[in-house]
Design a protein around this ligand. Structure first.
Ligand code: BEZ
Length: 389
């Protein structure tokens, strides 16, 4: 027989349980807009990001913070001229709660402007445009990847340490290429080197021949390149075919050889790059991630898959802190900012400007791997120039 006190306590507990069950049931799926390239030179990068994001959600039983996830997708084609229309499909037509995107810096800059206006939460799973965590920084914009300055700077440190004195750079003429080269130049010249010439071609052109002829004529000590995806495959093969691989060492931010090794084959062997991920990081976290990814998607993961996985981890940390209640945006973003991300790349946290503060590895292409051979810079923050938040 229960005492009156015990009866009251049991009644209260039952009511609380019932109301929390109703709350969890009453919460509709969280609407996640994936704005990524599905076509063009960065198509494979978009696929890897989506795979990584979904892998983390699946590992959580299909829910983040108790909310199931409903996906809405837009192919942004890596085309900045269509970016505002494309992001508005997710913001206005689909009324998504959060947008995850994108790969191309120029597209991401337009997305950042649009979400600042609508106050939609944006998680950037690749695009490195410095302004996103610089002058355009905002409480509703977070990045799970890098700023363009970071891998450029880290590679510049390595090139200077190797004793190279005269460098030429080559890239596509758009934010990612130009800002990565700027980061490289800053570190390389601080380390005693000199960039003698910057070569560019429009994105996403792959007619490299005239520029390779100029490199052959100038004979610098080293060439630094930023290319990614399909463009990186063609560049590395053309560099080799032009006979330059044997005469002028080629270095790059790690995008030059990430997700591309199968297609680059022998032309990529031995290339040195720097990035915030390497295939051969021997931690239980990375090994488990890689094994699950290979089973689920029948291919090897790359840096883009890691960044997609971490975008979902970030969102999950925020939603867990508010038990799935997306109306508690301030508390949610505060948790995303403060919760360390247990990434396959290694643990990291976000800076005040919402950019990863992370290690940059030295990688060397060995077979089908970007093997880790050292650390270029430990715990490298982005300078976040111009961010007022
Ligand atoms: C970018 O446009 O920011 C970017 C694209 C591919 C790889 C890395 C950066």
């Amino acid at each position: 027989m229960h005492t009156p006190f015990l009866r009251t306590a049991l009644g209260l507990a039952a009511t609380l349980l019932a109301s929390s069950t109703v709350l969890a049931q009453a919460q509709p799926p969280l609407k996640v807009g994936l704005m990524l390239p599905a076509t063009g030179t960065f198509a494979a990068l978009g696929t890897a990001i989506e795979n990584g994001f979904k892998q983390y959600v699946d590992e959580q039983g299909g829910k983040l913070g108790g909310r199931s996830i409903q996906y809405f997708k837009v192919d942004d084609e890596s085309d900045p001229s269509k970016a505002t229309d494309n992001v508005n499909k997710l913001i206005k037509r689909d009324a998504v709660d959060v947008i995850v995107g994108t790969v191309h810096s120029g597209v991401a800059l337009a997305m950042a402007r649009a979400v600042k206006e609508s106050n939609t939460l944006l998680i950037v799973p690749n695009a490195g445009a410095d302004a996103i965590t610089g002058p355009l920084c905002a409480p509703n914009i977070l990045r799970s990847s890098f700023s363009n300055w970071q891998p450029g700077f880290a590679t510049g440190v390595v090139a200077a340490q190797k004793g190279y004195k005269r460098a030429m750079t080559i890239t596509w003429n758009y934010a990612a290429g130009n800002e990565t080269v700027k980061g490289f130049t800053e570190a390389f010249e601080k380390g005693g080197g000199k960039v003698t010439k910057d070569l560019t071609l429009p994105f996403p052109n792959v007619e490299f021949q005239a520029l390779l002829t100029e490199i052959a004529a100038q004979k610098p000590d080293v060439v630094f390149a930023f290319f990614a995806g399909g463009g990186a495959v063609k560049f590395v093969k053309d560099y080799d075919a032009a006979g330059l691989k044997k005469t002028v060492p080629l270095m790059g931010s790690g995008f030059l050889t990430d997700g591309t090794l199968e297609a680059q084959g022998a032309s990529a062997q031995g290339l040195l790059t720097s990035l915030h991920y390497a295939d051969g990081i021997e931690t239980p976290r990375n090994t488990a991630f890689r094994n699950k990814y290979a089973v689920a998607y029948k291919m090897q993961p790359d840096v883009y898959a890691v960044q997609g996985y971490d975008a979902a981890q970030l969102l999950g940390a925020g939603l867990n802190a508010v038990k799935g209640d997306f109306t508690k945006r301030d508390a949610m973003v505060a948790a995303m900012r403060k919760t360390p991300v247990d990434s396959p790349r290694g643990k990291y946290t976000l800076s005040a400007a919402h950019n990863p503060v992370q290690d940059f590895y030295i990688r060397e292409v060995k077979g089908r791997e970007n093997a880790m051979t050292g650390v270029a810079v430990k715990v490298l923050p982005d300078p976040a120039r111009g961010c007022k938040m």
